[in-house]
Design a protein around this ligand. Structure first.
Ligand code: ZN
Ligand code: ZN
Length: 388
């Protein structure tokens, strides 16, 4: 994923660090080709900056001056710095570890030229600070290579809003142009027939809800849409609060908050394919892993799987990594057969998205170990039967 530099309410330390590094490299005459053709070709969208972004720029300038020192700072004209700020805001990548946790930001000139699609044919993954671009689909000669700059497990209106506010463009990719049905499912409620597990999607074209996708039953509660909207807003607030709590590693507070919101979502009958539910379940799973509550972590993780498989492109790192994490939990909890199956599914995806990455090697070792354990288990069962 590209960087979501949060430079709107305050400056981002990652962004300032990156700007300072580029300025210092330029000053020391190092190889960074800030005047090269690729750098010049990067968009900065300065003409589209709103007041908030301009205000962020002036805050950043003050911090930057402290960072690089007066002398180096003054060698750059405000126009050059504004251009650099624009280019970094729109083109930098979040450097992530193997579990997709953010480590910092970086500019990678050639990959920055790749455009966005919500249905991309490539992914960007990191091996340390090395950025690798892998094809995830068959690509014909002449096809444009695309990656996703944003989170894909959310409705098109949210993706569009996110892309507009961070990268200053309107997404008109094929998925955004035909998303109403999928968006409806991402906002679905549980069928009111308790014996049915179906989803009742929002009817975004006609208003209200469509019939249940399994039994056809319609939503009888006329206020359901308004109630659901309130819980979605509450869930968004909770996610923001969780982000703050993550900085202090208070995982018990994160888990408590996530569980409260999940209860409220249950009260409003959110279906397991509701995107808002998945976001909270993910946070609850993470918190349980930190708190070493393995059974609970597994239970939360398993609830996310259907949505992950349905909404992400088939070869997406998030799906592969989620399968790997859940498979690992199952193996630790001695659910060897189930874990083995999930690890195999993870490998089928991660070998495409990550190639020969250390993560894939770690996964393959785990698959081999689990297979050994399964064989031992089978031998013990056979010997036990012979004794009987
Ligand atoms: Zn799109
Ligand atoms: Zn139904």
């Amino acid at each position: 994923m590209r960087t979501h530099i949060e430079c709107f309410s305050k400056y981002s330390p990652d962004l300032v660090r990156l700007m300072a590094r580029i300025i210092q490299q330029k000053q020391s005459g190092k190889t960074w080709s800030i005047n090269g053709p690729i750098y010049s070709a990067l968009v900065s969208h300065q003409d589209k900056f709103d007041d908030q972004r301009k205000e962020a720029f002036s805050t950043i300038l003050t911090v930057l001056e402290h960072f690089v020192g007066d002398r180096d700072f003054q060698k750059n004209s405000p126009v050059e710095l504004f251009d650099l700020f624009g280019k970094i805001s729109c083109n930098s990548f979040t450097i992530c570890d193997a579990e997709l946790q953010s480590l910092g930001v970086g500019i990678y000139q050639t990959p920055s030229l790749l455009n966005h699609s919500c249905l991309p044919n490539c992914v960007a993954v990191f091996n340390g600070i090395k950025l690798l671009i892998h094809a995830t689909e068959q690509i014909k000669q002449g096809d444009e290579l695309t990656i996703s700059y944003t989170e894909l497990l959310c409705p098109s209106y949210q993706r569009k809003e996110d892309l507009k506010s961070h990268y200053l463009f309107d997404c008109n990719c094929p998925k955004c142009c035909s998303s109403l049905e999928e968006d409806g499912l991402m906002l679905s409620l549980k069928c009111s027939d308790f014996s049915c597990n179906g989803a009742v999607p929002r009817d975004l074209a006609g208003g209200g809800f469509a019939g249940c996708n399994t039994c056809g039953k319609r939503q009888s509660d006329k206020t359901a849409e308004t109630k659901a909207q309130v819980i979605i807003s509450k869930s968004d607030e909770a996610l923001k609060e969780i982000k703050t709590l993550e900085k202090t590693d208070d995982y018990q507070a994160i888990l408590d908050l996530a569980e409260n919101i999940l209860e409220e979502q249950k009260g409003s009958s959110f279906h397991k394919l509701h995107f808002s539910k998945i976001g909270i379940l993910d946070k609850a799973m993470d918190a349980c892993i930190y708190l070493e509550l393995w059974d609970q972590a597994l239970a939360f993780g398993l609830q996310t799987m259907d949505a992950y498989k349905l909404y992400y492109p088939r070869n997406h790192p998030s799906v592969g990594i989620q399968l790997f994490r859940i498979g690992k939990l199952q193996v630790y909890l001695d659910k060897l057969k189930d874990g083995f199956q999930l690890l195999l599914q993870a490998e089928a995806i991660l070998k495409v998205t990550h190639g020969n990455h250390p993560l894939v090697q770690e996964l393959r070792e785990m698959i081999a170990q689990t297979l050994d354990e399964l064989r031992e288990e089978q031998n013990r069962t056979v010997q036990g039967m012979e004794l009987i």
